[in-house]
Write a protein that binds this ligand. Structure first.
Ligand SMILES: NC(=O)c1ccc[n+]([C@@H]2O[C@H](COP(=O)([O-])OP(=O)(O)OC[C@H]3O[C@@H](n4cnc5c(N)ncnc54)[C@H](O)[C@@H]3O)[C@@H](O)[C@H]2O)c1
Ligand SMILES: [Zn+2]
Length: 366
């Protein structure tokens, strides 16, 4: 088993990883549970596969919520709170979230407001959940007006990730999660590239599961950045690599065409094109990352998305940042934050992605 310490303002939480470790959950969670009772929250897809097993092993009641981002809303939070209160929940009790990022965000948020805050534990069951959503203490829900507009910083007391659960995850979801792993590798190549290159191709083709070692390396990248900037005031922006275009692609297609990671994969290519033009990376390095991103294909197409459609969504990000779109761009050995890039250059790079023939390789862009 691998343990990655997650450091934060209220102390340190262990992130435990290993193939098969869900079988030992009661022992692993004993320190996190202390004298408290466990309550398990999952979604109605994951409950039957993994949530029920976890609840049974912990001797805990299980609440199954409707699956999907469209249910990451107030009503589900209220459902969790009523359920907990119905059991006479006490402040020492622990909410255990078993699911993807939707469930860990939502359950973490419910835990942060139940009785003004009870402890929680994340058991992420998607690759994205393991390498991203379960780390960093951000919890939350969506509003009509946008995603993640309501939330808290409330770190889980422990995270337990068992790659074995990825066996039941839709392969497209696994590939999309890999985009965040490639992103982490671009942010901190020294920590991750070696693990990634050993298995990326095979995992992307569905021939094997990601190893606990590779997941742990990606976890360390995010954990290090978050520890340095818990409240998202500066360096944490590095994690937005590939997300400026990625978020715009998702929003412009009403969150229907791309899985988050798929949009981020296109966003990483855009960032590489801009970085190459700015002299931040050289051609061989850019081609190396493009070859890794190639493994994530097929990605949903861009061909019918005009710049006119997309640009307003990029500007929305700009407003939030207070004036300019500060691009996070790759450079040799890491990333550079807050790079100002003229809109014509962004548009030109996007049109190169859009016009790339389906049979042409990503490396041929560089
Ligand atoms: N808090 C953060 O810092 C942070 C970071 C990144 C993303 N997020 C959030 O994470 C969410 C996306 O997470 P996600 O991609 O995990 O989506 P998700 O939770 O919706 O899971 C994707 C789908 O896979 C199913 N599923 C999950 N695990 C499974 C398994 N092992 N086997 C079979 N099916 C399984 C789910 O039921 C769902 O239908 C978004 O709401 C996003 O805002 C949060
Ligand atoms: Zn992301």
């Amino acid at each position: 088993m691998i343990t990655v310490p997650l450091r934060h303002g209220s102390g340190e939480s262990p992130y435990l990883l290993g193939e098969g470790i869900l079988q030992e959950l009661p022992r692993l969670l004993a320190p996190a549970l202390g004298e408290g009772r466990a309550f398990v929250v999952s979604d109605d897809k994951v409950a039957a596969l993994w949530g029920e097993v976890v609840a049974e092993r912990l001797g805990a009641p299980l609440l199954s919520l409707p699956a999907g981002e469209q249910h990451k809303r107030w009503p589900a939070v209220e459902q969790v709170l009523r359920w907990l209160i119905g059991f006479g929940v006490e402040r020492r009790d622990v909410l255990v979230a078993v699911g993807g990022g939707v469930i860990t965000d939502l359950a973490g948020f419910a835990a942060s407001v139940a009785l003004r805050g009870i402890p929680w534990v994340a058991v992420p069951t998607t690759l994205l959940g393991m390498v991203d959503a379960a780390i960093g203490g951000k919890t939350g829900i969506d509003l009509e007006a946008g995603k993640n507009l309501v939330g808290t910083f409330w770190h889980p007391r422990a995270v337990v990730a068992d790659p074995a659960v990825l066996a039941t995850l839709d392969h497209r979801q696994v590939r999309a999660g890999l985009a965040e792993v490639v992103k982490a590798a671009m942010i901190a190549p020294g920590l991750l590239a070696h693990h990634l290159d050993g298995e990326l191709g095979e995992v992307a083709r569905g021939h094997r599961r990601p190893s606990a070692e590779a997941i742990a390396a990606a976890v360390r990248v995010k954990a290090d950045i978050v520890a340095a900037d818990e409240r998202d005031a500066g360096p944490r922006a590095a994690l937005n690599l590939g997300h400026t275009l990625g978020h715009a692609l998702e929003a412009a297609t009403r969150y229907e065409r791309f899985l988050h990671g798929e949009a981020v994969a296109w966003g990483l290519l855009e960032a590489l094109l801009l970085a190459l033009e700015s002299g931040l990376v050289e051609t061989p390095a850019a081609r190396g990352w493009a070859a890794r991103l190639e493994c994530l294909r097929p990605l949903p197409p861009l061909a019918d998305l005009s710049w006119e459609l997309l640009a307003p969504y990029l500007h929305r990000d700009k407003k939030r940042a207070g004036g300019t779109v500060g691009w996070v761009l790759p450079r040799q050995g890491g990333v550079t934050l807050g790079v100002a890039v003229a809109e014509e250059r962004v548009a030109a790079a996007f049109s190169r992605l859009r016009n790339l023939a389906p049979e042409a390789s990503f490396s041929s862009l560089f």
